[in-house]
Design a protein around this ligand. Structure first.
Ligand code: NOJ
Length: 549
């Protein structure tokens, strides 16, 4: 039995606040800027917003290193601006979810300051280990961002574990006091009216007993020992039982390295502990596990990932659908073509917006923002990028090393949103905190707003359509021609209504393929990416949606 939950009818918009819109002219995106743009977000057809972290933070990982969970950073406008945004969201009939980052805190969080000084009850809030007699580190795990996962702390005289940056010590979730702190944080925001949480790397919060060495996979050495750890379901069930079950809210868990079978242990609608999952398979059509191990783009691989999740979750759990977020380079630069920016942007949009699940858009995706390519490596801000550059490919040329960053860095997608063709792309009247992509004069919201053929308006049409068609919400999914490496063709079907989505991922013209049993004489073309459909040939990246009812 499918549970009726409001998030299933929604489309979300992700705001990475630093680069969304500056409202007070200091060069940094903020909540005043968000307030100005709520109507714009609503005009897309999006009725939910996910905020990447907006809490006080020293910014070692752009806010994913939190120094105070129960406040809003001054640079974003503080609590005053947040409450206005929250009211503004609700007045418009929209919902707002926060980022919950509790695998780790900032090393500037009061808990860590006290823990390193062994002040009770904080002594065991983090994962501390003494130096080993043989001089080796407590174990051989790597951090995801900066070398070893262990850093020595002189104050405490012990190592602490950090699965991410050195300034992001991991919390010890095995300590019941820490879990109570998490619940306090959840209640604080839910009582204020927040509608749910995106839970950052939540599958990492339970580490294997004894923190054993691991030898499997060089760049994420250790991950099998802390991802989906021994108490993960128990802790998540505890949060659900003690907090979430008492509110009308939903949870979205970020889960690196997860496949549908395992995901169902978390999101099964009868037995799961959370509502939806951010999986990474759909981010691996042009890389192996991480953007730093690029491969050639394979449409077949992308389709397989989509279909796997669609088929295996059917009737049991609900999909979260996304193509972009703040952790990956821009999708047109990866899976589409910058030359055919608008066309390929539309194909990518249609490829996921008509699947079953709740779609998320990342700021700038709707106007087809592309990868930022700085002239030098020291222009990068991201901790992961900087570490990677300093330690990898040292024998390669400067140009090759830089090109690798263009292709792989998260900063490729973190430049300010391009609102118009004026100075700084209309993002700020001050000096922007980060570089603006040079293509802002051509790629911006204002330029697309009144153009019916723009990518922006295609997103609007596609989202409006998906909301108007019961088959998109309820129908079953079927992929056709799975081995075709140029076309993604899928259909959705329920009693009395059927759609067929055809997306070309080729920069050349290709023949249209229609699966058997689809009577084109009775089909209604309800969405197309070129102004006029041209018969049996699909032009570069052409996409069409047909309806039968
Ligand atoms: C996943 C977040 O999306 C990413 O931006 C962050 O750096 C890591 N988790 C660590 O919090």
């Amino acid at each position: 039995m499918e549970r009726k939950r409001w998030y299933k009818d929604m489309v979300f918009y992700q705001i990475w606040p630093r680069s969304f819109k500056d409202g007070n002219g200091d060069g940094m995106g903020d909540l005043w800027g968000v307030l100005e743009k709520l109507d714009y977000i609503k005009s897309l057809g999006c009725d939910g917003i996910w905020f990447s972290p907006i809490y006080p933070s020293p910014g070692a990982d752009c806010g994913y290193d939190i120094a105070d969970y129960m406040d809003i950073a001054e640079e974003f406008g503080g609590m005053e601006a947040f409450k206005k945004v929250l009211d503004g969201v609700h007045e418009r009939g929209m919902k707002l979810i926060m980022d919950l980052v509790v695998n780790h805190t900032s090393d500037e969080h009061e808990w860590f300051e006290k823990s390193r000084r062994r002040i009770e009850p904080y002594t065991d809030y983090y994962i501390w280990r003494p130096a080993r007699a043989d001089g080796k580190l407590p174990n051989n795990w790597d951090s995801n961002f900066e070398g070893s996962a262990w850093t020595w702390d002189d104050v405490r005289g012990e190592y602490y574990l950090h699965l991410f940056a050195v300034k992001q010590p991991d919390l010890n979730m095995d300590n019941p006091l820490v879990r109570e702190e998490v619940k306090k944080i959840l209640r604080f925001w839910l009582d204020m009216g927040v509608d749910g949480f995106r839970e950052d790397v939540i599958t990492y919060i339970s580490k294997a007993e004894g923190l054993p060495d691991d030898h499997l996979f060089p760049i994420y050495k250790g991950m099998p020992k802390y991802n989906h750890g021994p108490h993960i379901h128990e802790y998540l069930a505890e949060f659900k039982r003690d907090v979430f079950d008492h509110y009308d809210c939903f949870t979205l868990a970020e889960a690196p390295l997860v496949w549908p079978k395992q995901a169902l242990k978390y999101i099964d609608e009868e037995k799961g502990q959370i509502d939806m999952m951010i999986q990474f398979q759909c981010q691996c059509a042009d890389c192996l596990f991480t953007d730093y191990m690029p491969t050639k783009f394979s449409l077949v691989r992308m389709k397989k990932a989509f279909s796997d999740w669609q088929y295996k979750l059917e009737g049991r759990a609900w999909n979260m659908l996304y193509m972009e977020n703040h952790d990956h380079p821009r999708i047109i630069s990866r899976y589409g073509s910058e030359k055919y920016r608008t066309e390929s942007g539309k194909a990518i949009a249609a490829a996921y917006l008509f699947q079953k699940g709740t779609p998320f858009l990342y700021q700038g995706q709707e106007i087809g923002m592309t990868n930022w390519r700085p002239a030098d490596a020291d222009m990068y801000e991201d901790v992961q990028t900087r570490y990677y550059y300093a330690h990898s490919n040292l024998n390669k040329s400067h140009k090759e090393r830089l090109e690798k960053l263009w292709r792989s860095s998260r900063d490729s997608a973190r430049t300010p949103v391009q609102w118009d063709g004026s100075e700084n792309a209309g993002f700020t009247t001050g000096k922007p905190w980060f570089y603006v992509n040079e293509n802002y004069k051509e790629v911006n919201v204002a330029a697309q707003e009144n153009d019916p053929a723009s990518l922006l308006n295609f997103y609007r049409k596609a989202i409006a359509l998906r909301k108007s068609l019961p088959v998109v919400r309820h129908g079953s999914y079927k992929e056709h021609f799975p081995l075709d490496n140029k076309l993604y063709v899928y259909s959705r079907e329920m009693e009395g209504q059927k759609i067929l989505v055809v997306c070309s991922f080729s920069y050349k013209c290709v023949d249209m393929k229609i699966p058997k049993g689809f009577d084109m004489d009775k089909a209604k073309l309800i969405l197309q990416s070129y102004p006029m459909a041209a018969g049996k040939t699909l032009r570069p990246y052409e996409t069409r949606v047909y309806l039968w009812e």
